[in-house]
Write a protein that binds this ligand. Sequence first.
Ligand code: GSH
Length: 318
Amino acid sequence: MLVDGKWTSDWQPVQKADEKGRFVRQVSSFRNWITPDGSAGPTGEGGFKAEAGRYRLYVALICPWASRTLIARKLKGLEDLIPVTVVNPVLSDQGWQFGGYDGADADPLFDATYMHELYTRADVSFTGRATVPVLWDMQQGIMVNNESADILRMFDTAFEGLVPSDLRLYPQDLAAEIDALNAVIYDRLNNGVYKAGFASSQEAYDEAVAGVFDTLVMLEDRLTGDYLFGDRLTETDIRAFVTLIRFDAAYHGLFKTNLRQIADYPRLSAYMRRILDLPGVRETVNMDHITRGYYSIKALNPTGIRPVGPDHVTRALH
Ligand SMILES: N[C@@H](CCC(=O)N[C@@H](CS)C(=O)NCC(=O)O)C(=O)O
């Protein structure tokens, strides 16, 4: 990670743990919002007006948080407005790096080698992990935001004047319910699998795994319609999907969330395929990057050997 703008050599892929060995995810630090007229959003500063070609999104295709922004970009028809740069799926000893892998891009803006170089360009004395996704303002040369939940939400509304869309991922009449369900899904499922995988005590692992499977059962029971809010696709579906699609291929084995697979839940399986079949979504899922990335986390898999299966995941993607 970066400390006062300098890369520290004791970088570890395992993030912080609390006193009970529970994994603790870093809080994002760049929280500005793109808005239709450049006025300030809910957090951060103003000055980020929605304009075609002004902003670039940096992602890792292994990363569920980055993937949710990529999916929103597709569903809202923003591909021509917001270009994307994909990093190498393998976290190096200096974090995310550019190029060097099939489907990974060079950095088109600064020809940077590592993602952390963008963080120190944005803030010379930045302290923290150089995470993806990153939304970069190419006009001002600054980082707009590195929190996927914000990026997902600004993609829903900020560009409406440039690319009108009937789809509303965060409709006001469902806002409170979406926030409530997001909180459960985030804590117990999205981050729950990481809490299981990076637990450093049996107690922390047991607690995390229970949360993961309780949440899967809750979602399976809830899915009587096409989506989590009946027939309306919302950001909550995107947030659930990114974990479901990685589950059987990565989390089940590597993170030891192995009580069941998603394939064992009929409604969740059908739901996952339904979202995968939405226009553009399949293109955001790169199973090669996902398995290469996760299974190269040395702390969890020192040999780097990738399992061959499961077969049903590969079939679902084609
Ligand atoms: N709060 C962030 C979390 C993003 C995050 O943790 N990204 C991971 C990849 S999935 C990352 O970049 N990790 C690199 C590191 O920790 O050094 C968000 O949702 O945008």
